[in-house]
Design a protein around this ligand. Structure first.
Ligand code: NAI
Length: 306
C-alpha cells in the first residue's frame, strides 16, 4: 500500500517514521518547502537497515508522486505557540487546507483522507465541503490522541499499565472536549469506581490541557510524538481493515441527536474509512455534554471563510 503525508513538519515526519518502522506502507512525504521532505525521507531511508523495514519513504514537492495513494494524511499548516488556542490558527490554515485538498484528491481519487491540521473539526469540515468526498472517506485525527492523553492521566493517577486502560475522549478537539469516565476502564472497571469525583475531574483536566501542557514546555510548537503515533494507528486500521472502534473526528449525521457535523465520536474504522459511527448508551448528562460540545464546534464553523 501507499500512504501520502502532506506536510513534512514535526507531525507529518513523525507519522511517516512510525508508519515506515512498522512496515505498514510505502510513504510519500510532500511539502511546499523545497528539500525538507526529500531530506527527511532520505534520512528515514538511511534508517532502514537499522530498523529493518522494507517499505520505502520518498520526499517530493510534486503531487504527481503521490498518485494512487490508499490513504492521504494532511498535516500541512502552522502549529500553535504558547498562549494560542487551536482556533487562533484558523485563518492561515484554512488557506493551506483549501490549496492542499484539491491537489491531493486529484492525484488519489480513491484514497481515504485523514485531516490533522488544526483547528481540527473546522479544518475537516472545510476539507469535506471543498472536496465533495463521501463522508466515510474523510475524517480527522483528534480523538485517538485525546483518548491516549486521558489514558496517560489515568495511568499516572492509579499507577496502572497502558495495556490495562481503555479511555474515551470525544467531542470537539479543543477546549470543548468531552471525556467519558464511565466508559474509561482499567481492566474493565470504570474509573468512576476506582477514584473519587475530584480525582476523576483531575484526570479529565489533565487530558483536556494535555496539548497545552506540551506547548508550554516546547515553546516553539506543539506535540508531535503522540499525534504521529495516533495517525499511524488510524492508518493501520484502514489499511488492514481492523474494524477497531476508536474516537475519530467523523461526519455525524443524526447519531447522538447531532446533525451534519464533524466531531470526535466512537467510530468503527476499516477498509472504507468510517464504516460506522458507534452509539454508546449515554445518560442524559453525558448526552447533553456531547451536544454542548457540538455547539462549540458550530460556533467555530461560523468563523470559517466562505
Ligand atoms: P510544522 O510547522 O512542524 O509542520 C507543518 C508543515 O506544513 C511545514 O513543513 C510546512 O512547510 C508545511 N506546509 C505549509 N503549507 C503547506 C502546503 N500548502 N502544502 C504542503 N505543506 C505545507 O507543524 P506540525 O507541528 O507538524 O503541525 C502541523 C499541524 O498539525 C498544525 O496545524 C497543528 O496544529 C496540527 N496538529 C494537530 C493535532 C491533532 O490532534 N489533530 C496534533 C498536533 C498538531
Amino acid at each position: 500500500p501507499k500512504v501520502t503525508i502532506v506536510g513534512a513538519g514535526n507531525v507529518g515526519a513523525t507519522a511517516a517514521h512510525i508508519i515506515a518502522s512498522k512496515n505498514m506502507a510505502d510513504v510519500v512525504l510532500i511539502d511546499v518547502a523545497e528539500g525538507l521532505p526529500q531530506g527527511k525521507a532520505l534520512d528515514m531511508m538511511h534508517m532502514r537497515s537499522v530498523e529493518k523495514f522494507t517499505v520505502k519513504v520518498t520526499g517530493t514537492n510534486d503531487y504527481a508522486d503521490t498518485r494512487d495513494s490508499d490513504v492521504v494524511v494532511i498535516t500541512a499548516g502552522i502549529a500553535r505557540k504558547p498562549g494560542m488556542t487551536r482556533e487562533d490558527l484558523l485563518g492561515v490554515n484554512a488557506g493551506i487546507m483549501k490549496s492542499v485538498i484539491g491537489q491531493a484528491l486529484e492525484a488519489s481519487p480513491n484514497a481515504v483522507f485523514i485531516c490533522v491540521t488544526n483547528p481540527l473539526d473546522v479544518m475537516t469540515t472545510l476539507a469535506f465541503r471543498e472536496s465533495g468526498l463521501p463522508a466515510n472517506r474523510l475524517m480527522g485525527m483528534g480523538g485517538v490522541l485525546d483518548s491516549s492523553r486521558l489514558a496517560f492521566a489515568v495511568c499516572e493517577k492509579l499507577g496502572c499499565e497502558p495495556a490495562d486502560v481503555t479511555a474515551w475522549a470525544v467531542g470537539a478537539h479543543g477546549e470543548g472536549m468531552v471525556c467519558w469516565p464511565r466508559f474509561t476502564t482499567v481492566n474493565g472497571t470504570p474509573i468512576t469506581e476506582l477514584m473519587d469525583e475530584a480525582a476523576v475531574a483531575e484526570v479529565v483536566q489533565r487530558c483536556v490541557k494535555g496539548g497545552a501542557e506540551v506547548v508550554a514546555f516546547l515553546k516553539t510548537g506543539s506535540a508531535y510524538y503522540a499525534p504521529g503515533a495516533s495517525i499511524a494507528k488510524m492508518v493501520e486500521a484502514i489499511l488492514t481493515g481492523s474494524d477497531e472502534v476508536m474516537s475519530v473526528c467523523a461526519h455525524i449525521d443524526g447519531q447522538y441527536g447531532i446533525d451534519d457535523l464533524y466531531m470526535n465520536v466512537p467510530v468503527r474504522l476499516g477498509k472504507n474509512g468510517v464504516e460506522e459511527i458507534v452509539e454508546f448508551d449515554l445518560n442524559a448528562d453525558e448526552l447533553a455534554a456531547l451536544q454542548a460540545s457540538a455547539e462549540s464546534v458550530r460556533a467555530g464553523l461560523a468563523n470559517l471563510p466562505e
